[in-house]
Design a protein around this ligand. Structure first.
Ligand code: HEM
Length: 246
């Protein structure tokens, strides 16, 4: 059996190059050289299981079938990278749009659940994905042939006026349960509930603790990517309020 050890530097760099801009990939490489943190190697968890996800995957069994070494590594990599930048970008995009629409921000606390769904619909962090057809599919008068590459644009579906009246308006009271920011079907995002929870907690805390937060005059910078949508920088301003008990 071929074994892969997780080498944080090489792996992070390779994935950052796939997902990100060259400058960002370089930053990841640099950060990694400076870090002393090591991801646990699968062999270590095989010898000494702990109370963590990797040990759980190594022990998992279904009708006598178990995950191979490589599958455990692949799943760890998938979870790490599928879960990190996506949620980071949801927080950044969400903050940006709420600051652009202060009236919506004031409704946040009363509509927290719906607000996060609306932010996912309005400007979600994963605008598109790629699929390869495993069989011929008839689709609106055309045939997608087995082996064809298809790029579903969820961002476009999420602005479909047949599903969402006045789709270009951000409305946190909308509660758009039918959005597809986490895709749909058998590959529906595994971390959707975690991401939603994180966004509710963070956005609520930010607006509660920094009510005077606003956009600074400088333009925000977006990362030049198609498959992930997120901010490289978001200049913001706030006034420091002196507390009387300080
Ligand atoms: C706002 C945050 C997130 C968004 C918008 C998002 C979006 C997506 C999308 C669109 C897919 C489907 C990709 C495809 O079929 O090509 C997906 C799959 C996946 N996501 Fe997320 N994701 C988010 C957060 C997370 C988090 C926090 C985790 C894990 C901790 C995670 C783990 C995964 C995994 C493992 C898959 C693959 C599921 C499968 O193929 O069965 N995601 N995500």
């Amino acid at each position: 059996m071929k074994t892969i050890a997780i080498v944080p530097g090489a792996l992070a760099l390779a994935i950052a190059q796939l997902l990100s801009t060259p400058a960002h990939a370089q930053e990841v490489a640099q950060a990694d050289q400076n870090t002393t943190t090591e991801l646990p190697k699968v062999e270590v968890r095989e010898r000494r299981p702990q109370d963590d996800l990797m040990s759980l995957m190594l022990r998992a069994e279904h009708e006598g079938d178990r995950l191979t070494h490589d599958e455990v590594v692949a799943n760890c990599v998938l979870l790490l990278f599928a879960g990190h930048e996506t949620t980071t970008n949801l927080l950044g995009n969400g903050l940006f749009h709420l600051l652009r629409h202060p009236a919506q921000a004031t409704l946040l606390r009363a509509h927290l659940h719906g607000a996060v769904e609306e932010l996912l619909r309005y400007d979600g962090p994963v605008p598109a994905t790629v699929k390869i057809a495993t069989e011929d599919v008839a689709w609106h008068g055309r045939t997608i042939r087995r082996g064809d590459m298809v790029m579903p644009f969820m961002a476009s579906a999420n602005r479909d006026p047949r599903q969402f009246p006045d789709p270009d308006t951000l409305d946190v009271r909308r509660a758009p349960e039918r959005h597809v920011a986490f895709a749909a079907g058998m590959h529906f995002c595994l971390g959707a509930w975690l991401a939603r929870l994180e966004a509710r907690i963070v956005l609520d805390a930010v607006f509660r603790r920094l009510p005077e937060l606003s956009l600074a005059p400088a333009e925000p910078r977006w990362k030049p990517m198609i498959f992930l949508r997120g901010l490289e920088s978001l200049p913001i301003a706030w006034t420091r309020i002196e507390r009387s008990d300080a």
